[in-house]
Design a binder for this molecule. Sequence first.
Ligand SMILES: NC(=O)c1ccc[n+]([C@@H]2O[C@H](COP(=O)([O-])OP(=O)(O)OC[C@H]3O[C@@H](n4cnc5c(N)ncnc54)[C@H](O)[C@@H]3O)[C@@H](O)[C@H]2O)c1
Length: 274
Amino acid sequence: MPRLDGKIALVTGAGAGIGEAIARRFRAEGASLVVNDLDAERAERVAREVGGWSFAADVADSGAVARMFGTVAKRHGRLDVLVNNAGIAGHESDPSRAERFASATLAQMQERATSGAVKTHIDVTLETTDAEWERMIAVHLSGTFFCTREALRIMSPQLAGSIINMGSIMGTAGGAGVPGYSAAKAGILGLTRALARELATRQIRVNAIAPGWIETAMTAPLAPLRPLLEMQTPLGRMGSPDDIAHAAVYLASDEAAFVTGQVLSPNGGWHMSQ
Ligand SMILES: NC(=O)c1ccc[n+]([C@@H]2O[C@H](COP(=O)([O-])OP(=O)(O)OC[C@H]3O[C@@H](n4cnc5c(N)ncnc54)[C@H](O)[C@@H]3O)[C@@H](O)[C@H]2O)c1
């Protein structure tokens, strides 16, 4: 029997990358999909391909999120799985930032190896504006909170459900050049644990996935760092979106019935203990 047979699942940011792979794997395992993305065309394309329906909404907009879950309640009357996956790297509007970050990282390595004195600095925190900081926290942390709160209006009376939040190795290890992203992801892991405790009495499980370096549009501008990232990863490669989708299938399925408050980190060995 398919592992998610008959389950209704909503995946945010499912119009591309990891979210799209999760939607496809969920469908292959028998789930019915609600595909969310900020980008309506992407969401609609994936929804068509997985035989589900789409709802374009910004997860950072609590009104839009409430309308989305209201529609889920009307159309299905239940919700079994929520995947809070939508996310941004912060360099979407200006990919040259990622390129500058990559070349500064490589320059630092070179300087360490040759003279030992590092003269190149990353300085992202100094350059981060209020608006950039707030958007990062809004999409990741507030988005996860808004979607969870609305999902609970449906899941709580069911006394069942699985919520999966997308963290990152940056949320556990921290990352030079990604202060807002690391803070938001660390916040998501704290929220996951708090929710897991609060919702356990309703048999609603809450877990996080903390991926390592995964090949998607988000990491594409870091191409010059790829050999370094692969070298730092014991399994010697970047992950694929499917590497994460398999973990999501497990956490969504009844195989994980005794799993809550956990962080599952498919990262090729980059991080060995969370
Ligand atoms: N790629 C990696 O290496 C990596 C590593 C660790 C964690 N992650 C996390 O995995 C998740 C997916 O990342 P990805 O690599 O697939 O990125 P991606 O850029 O390929 O896809 C992200 C999708 O989310 C959508 N999105 C962005 N902001 C949104 C919003 N406010 N509301 C709704 N949808 C929104 C985008 O339109 C896009 O379709 C993110 O939370 C990311 O932080 C990625």
